[in-house]
Design a protein around this ligand. Structure first.
Ligand code: HEC
Ligand code: HEC
Ligand code: HEC
Ligand code: HEC
Length: 190
């Protein structure tokens, strides 16, 4: 335990140093006008599909593709069970309730994300690409050589657990769940 705490402290120190270094570097470049803060927004899956058709087709077979449909079709008992687990009260349809939508669609309440009014317009009406890989507006605009740098290429267990919490997904096991919940890794196949 002690050793681990020490390691964490050293790491924190290294990271603080790195952050400081980065700051100092930024301060030393006054000749450039400060860049406008870039807002990274959600695009919707229609765009991702244009360039990543194989991942899209594989994703479409995962349970995530039906996450809003299943929410709308859920029996009252199932809705109640989820609401109890969350500690919220749902009045009316669950597919309109912000407390449920936050994990059952993409980018809910965020720039460019799903809204009830927008519906299926940009295909953000499910747990889609940008829920795992992050919002894609910079990636979309980036030059080919910058594409990989502008999107989260390796969503890991921590990402899954933002939705697969103890309350909502008590059976969650990263390895097992990855087999069924993640699209095939097309580029890694021979
Ligand atoms: C205009 C075409 C285009 C669009 C649209 C596009 N991508 Fe990409 N994407 C690429 C290319 C090209 C690469 C490969 C970059 C490389 O290997 O250097 C890539 C790579 C990726 C990677 C792997 C990154 C890595 O670390 O290797 C992910 C994940 C990804 N895209 C997700 C998305 C998502 C999500 C969307 C929709 C928001 C999207 N892409 C939209 C062209 C596109
Ligand atoms: C914190 C994220 C989160 C929130 C908020 C959330 N859910 Fe879910 N929901 C999940 C996850 C993750 C699963 C998949 C659980 C599993 O199978 O391990 C799921 C599964 C479900 C299922 C089962 C789907 C099926 O295949 O039959 C229903 C029904 C459901 N949720 C309803 C709701 C309702 C109703 C609300 C609002 C009261 C809600 N959820 C809010 C994450 C969430
Ligand atoms: C934005 C929230 C969100 C994220 C992030 C997320 N999931 Fe899910 N996941 C859900 C919801 C909601 C469902 C329920 C879908 C349904 O059946 O309606 C689900 C269902 C699943 C299921 C089906 C479970 C069952 O009982 O059939 C698997 C497997 C799964 N997710 C794996 C993963 C893995 C692995 C990751 C991370 C790489 C991940 N999920 C990330 C929300 C999420
Ligand atoms: C449930 C989470 C999840 C969702 C949803 C998801 N991905 Fe991924 N994606 C992953 C994981 C995990 C990896 C592999 C990371 C690793 O281990 O290299 C990955 C890898 C990729 C890669 C790299 C090449 C490859 O095939 O491995 C691309 C491109 C990609 N995803 C695009 C997409 C697109 C496009 C969508 C939507 C149609 C999407 N992803 C939806 C989790 C997800």
């Amino acid at each position: 335990m002690k050793k681990k705490g020490w390691l964490v402290m050293v790491l924190a120190g290294v990271m603080a140093g790195a952050a400081w270094g980065a700051e100092a570097k930024e301060e030393k470049a006054p000749e450039k006008a400060p860049e406008k803060a870039q807002v990274i927004s959600y695009l919707g899956m229609k765009k991702c599909k244009m360039c990543h058709k194989n991942q899209y087709e594989s994703w479409a077979k995962t349970p995530h593709a039906a996450s809003l449909k299943n929410l709308a079709a859920a029996k009252p008992e199932a809705v109640q069970k989820m609401a109890d687990a969350l500690g919220v009260k749902i009045e009316g349809k669950p597919e309109l309730a912000p407390a449920c939508l936050s994990c059952h669609v993409t980018g809910y309440g965020l720039e460019g994300g799903y809204t009830v009014e927008k519906g299926k317009e940009d295909m953000s009406d499910a747990v889609t690409c940008e829920e795992c890989h992050g919002p894609g507006s910079l990636h979309m605009k980036a030059k080919k050589e910058d594409k990989a740098k502008t999107i989260a290429g390796q969503p890991g267990e921590a990402k899954c657990r933002t939705c697969h919490t103890k309350e909502m997904s008590p059976e969650f096991d990263f390895k097992k769940y990855s087999e069924k919940g993640v699209h095939e890794h097309i580029s890694k196949k021979k």
